[in-house]
Write a protein that binds this ligand. Structure first.
Ligand SMILES: *Cc1c(COP(=O)(O)O)cnc(C)c1O
Length: 389
């Protein structure tokens, strides 16, 4: 029985998968069971931020596996304490709750937002504004938060208390926050990832922060995809010159080991007290060791300058392809609009030619490892060029 047959018989069929069995990875290339190599412009949806099996990262993770792999949160571990301190210092937040995924980080953010308001104003002020085309996860609450109707099916009833406004529509936002007195938070991605690599405008973000400050509404940034260097700054919020009350992180945070993190500013750092939240695996030592190795690298002098330089180069190369109408995004989170071809077809064709890419809505999406080289960008773009000719 082949791997794919076994898979299809015994793993739930919740994903549309390419018929590729990946066995190994090295640097920015994945290798399948037949020994064929692929340049990876997707990095496991932005999780393998240092590429495959980066040496320092792998050493840190393996050393942790051999020292203590898990303890439960009834005890303290040095690796979690050290990482939490570094992450808070690097991002300017007061404290953090660790989970294992983006959805879990957002669940925590939603709970903090609601309890912050409950503690201060009592019951009823619980509504969270999210944006049309957002994506916040696959649990029932984060699906409810997700502003895409296609996700609001089958699993009824969904969680109450989420309303949507269109991204970058300042007037609708103003109107909603003025009229609805039950709102406790506005939650958004600076660049919508799954929704199509759509950056928010500076004006819209400024308006969110101005209105929320005025009304004691919390700002919640879902930086699950944009965080930890992906957009060319440690957090995307830095480029917008704002400081959300809460920021959620996951995907690239630990270089491919599962981790989610919910960062709280001083104002809401004590909202969740003993017994109000938890996660068995949250802050797992192996994940913390991996995350510390990623943070060390991303904070090295010059690393993010390189990400920005490569972003420029990548964008320029994409823009030179005639079939590409335009390129959106920030840093190494890029989306290419196609003139006539279908992104899904290009994704399949690219994989056959040895290039792994992603799509987001009708765009081609690129989330290469932050350590990608110019030569690798060139090689990947060559393949794309051919396919888009
Ligand atoms: C991927 C993603 C999530 C969900 O993360 P999971 O780890 O799959 O739960 C949430 N928000 C954003 C912005 C994402 O890109």
């Amino acid at each position: 029985m082949s791997t794919i047959e076994k898979f299809n018989e015994h793993v739930m069929q919740t994903y549309g998968r390419l018929p590729i069995v990946l066995d190994k990875g090295k640097k920015r290339e994945a290798v399948d069971e037949n020994g064929k190599s692929y340049i990876d412009f997707g990095s496991g949806i932005g999780t393998n931020s240092l590429g495959y099996c980066d040496e320092k990262w792998a050493d840190a993770v393996c050393a942790q596996v051999r020292s203590v792999q898990h303890t439960s949160n009834y005890y303290y571990t040095t690796v979690q304490a050290d990482y939490a301190k570094r992450l808070c210092e690097a991002t300017g937040y007061k404290n953090v709750f660790f989970g294992n995924s983006g959805a879990e980080a957002n669940e925590c953010a939603i709970k903090i937002a609601r309890k912050y308001s409950f503690d201060k104003y009592g019951k009823g002020r619980h509504t969270i504004v999210t944006l049309v085309n957002s994506f916040h996860g696959r649990t029932i609450a984060t699906l409810s938060a997700t502003g895409q109707e296609v996700f609001h099916n089958y699993f009824f009833p969904f969680v109450d208390g989420f309303v949507n406004v269109t991204a970058n529509d300042i007037q609708s936002l103003e109107k909603l926050l003025e009229e609805d007195k039950t709102i406790c938070a506005v939650m958004f991605e600076f660049v919508q990832g799954e929704g199509g690599v759509n950056p928010l405008t500076k004006e819209f973000v400024d308006m969110i922060f101005a209105l929320c400050a005025e009304k004691d509404i919390l700002t919640v940034a879902d930086e699950v995809q944009t965080g930890i260097g992906r957009t060319g700054t440690l957090l995307a919020s830095e480029q917008y010159g704002v400081k959300p009350d809460i920021t959620s992180l996951a995907k690239g945070i630990a270089g491919g080991v599962p981790m989610g993190a919910c960062l709280a500013s001083e104002k809401c750092s004590e909202v969740l007290g003993k017994g109000s939240h938890g996660s068995t695996f949250g802050g797992n030592p192996i994940a913390c060791a991996g995350a510390a190795a990623v943070l060390d690298r991303v904070c090295e002098k010059g690393f993010l300058d390189e990400v920005n330089a490569k972003s420029e180069y990548f964008r320029k190369k994409l823009s030179e392809i005639p079939e590409i109408e335009g390129v959106d995004g920030l840093g190494l989170m890029l989306g290419a609009r196609l003139k006539t071809k279908k992104a899904a077809d290009i994704l399949t064709a690219a994989s056959e030619k040895g290039l792994l890419i992603l799509t987001a809505k009708e765009k081609l999406r690129f989330l290469p490892p932050l350590t990608i080289t110019y030569e690798e960008i060139d090689r990947g773009i060559e393949i794309l060029k051919e396919l888009l000719a």
